[in-house]
Design a protein around this ligand. Structure first.
Ligand code: SF4
Length: 352
């Protein structure tokens, strides 16, 4: 059987591989290579962050979106979507309840919804920060202009998540409508960094038309960006999208890529994503054992959870936030880790 541990070792010592090397490693690794990478990735993560797993309270505040990404269940063309928006007061209630449960980061996530003007967004951000000054506010609301990102930052936002989804132009054009541009998306990420945000990017694993070569380009793009956070999860089909007949990504490839990301970016904050937990009941635990160190449970009101369906069969849409918090604590302790009350900023130096 192919043994590619020399490439994993090279990634560990140089923190980058050539496109050909990444393609070989991603396309031809064996289960033994994946085990080797997971063990190494986990030891690197323990070195930087110990046994701590950081929790981010996710508030999905709108499922309206002006965009039409082909893979997404809340794309504007999906007439069957049951749309909702949370008011400022509802968002603040979620953050108050999350704070009481021990969350010190709130992620405001939504489609690109023009209802939330810059004024409304800045008011929401500054209100959360004034009620809970020891928390971090993360935004995940898509592509905006430099000036808009700056306004949110000045209002108190600390972090921004914007997955690039694929770093390859041809692939990008197969996943998105013509009016969306990969160049603009990449520029947004560099703008966010320049403004001073802790920036997160990422991609779907196993998205339609993806190849090991395209994934190699994702790794090289991420290496060049040097983000604080990288979120990857398997592509999961949504039945009301043009990709309804495509295949889901796999937990095995996702966890292997989590390990490679950890080895390439030792300090990064890497979530074990909800989509990983959706395609495999032990997916989030596997993600942590492969090198992830973040979980993002849902704080949105249960009345709207099922409506934020980016993909089919999403887990944790029925439980109250307190139940989710306890469930995750128990699951994480069962594999030898601990959930912590902490903002969980990106590490600048390893623990030892
Ligand atoms: S992926 Fe994001 S930008 Fe694209 S349609 Fe879905 S919510 Fe909108």
């Amino acid at each position: 059987m192919n043994n590619l541990t020399h490439l994993i070792d090279k990634l560990n010592s140089e923190h980058i591989l050539s496109k050909a090397e990444f393609t070989e490693l991603i396309g031809n690794h064996s289960p033994e290579d994946a085990k080797y990478a997971a063990k190494l990735a986990r030891s690197i993560c323990d070195h930087w962050y110990g046994k701590k797993i950081y929790l981010r309270g996710l508030i999905e505040f709108t499922n309206f979106c002006k965009n039409d990404c082909l893979y997404c269940g809340i794309r504007r063309s999906n007439q069957k979507g049951d749309r909702y928006r949370l008011t400022k007061d509802e968002i603040l209630e979620c953050s108050d309840m999350g704070y009481d449960l021990g969350f010190r980061t709130f992620v405001l996530q939504g489609g690109e919804d023009l209802h939330y003007t810059d004024e409304i967004m800045c008011d929401i951000i500054s209100s959360i920060k004034s009620r809970h000054p020891d928390t971090a506010v993360t935004l995940s609301i898509g592509e905006k202009t430099y000036d808009q990102y700056k306004k949110y930052f000045d209002a108190g936002a600390d972090r921004y998540l914007l997955r690039h989804e694929t770093a390859n132009e041809t692939h990008y054009s197969k996943l998105h409508p013509k009016e969306m541009s990969l160049t603009n998306r990449k520029q947004c990420l560099f703008d966010l960094k320049e403004i001073g945000y802790q920036v997160g990017t990422g991609f779907m694993v196993g998205s339609p038309y993806q190849t090991p070569e395209y994934l190699a380009e994702d790794f090289i793009f991420i290496h060049n960006l040097q983000p604080a956070m990288v979120g990857i999860g398997p592509f999961v089909v949504h039945h009301d999208t043009p990709f309804k007949d495509k295949k889901n990504g796999t937990a095995d490839l996702t966890t292997f890529l989590v390990s490679l990301l950890r080895i390439m970016l030792p300090y990064a904050l890497i979530p074990a994503t909800t989509s990983l937990g959706t395609i495999d009941p032990q997916g989030r635990e596997k993600g942590i054992l492969a090198g992830a160190n973040v979980l993002m449970p849902n704080l949105s009101p249960t009345s709207v959870r099922k409506k934020y369906m980016l993909y089919d069969n999403k887990i944790c849409t029925g439980d109250e936030a307190a139940e989710c918090r306890l469930c995750l604590k128990n699951r994480i302790e069962a594999i030898g880790y601990e959930t912590v009350i902490d903002r969980g900023d990106v590490a600048v130096t390893p623990l030892d």
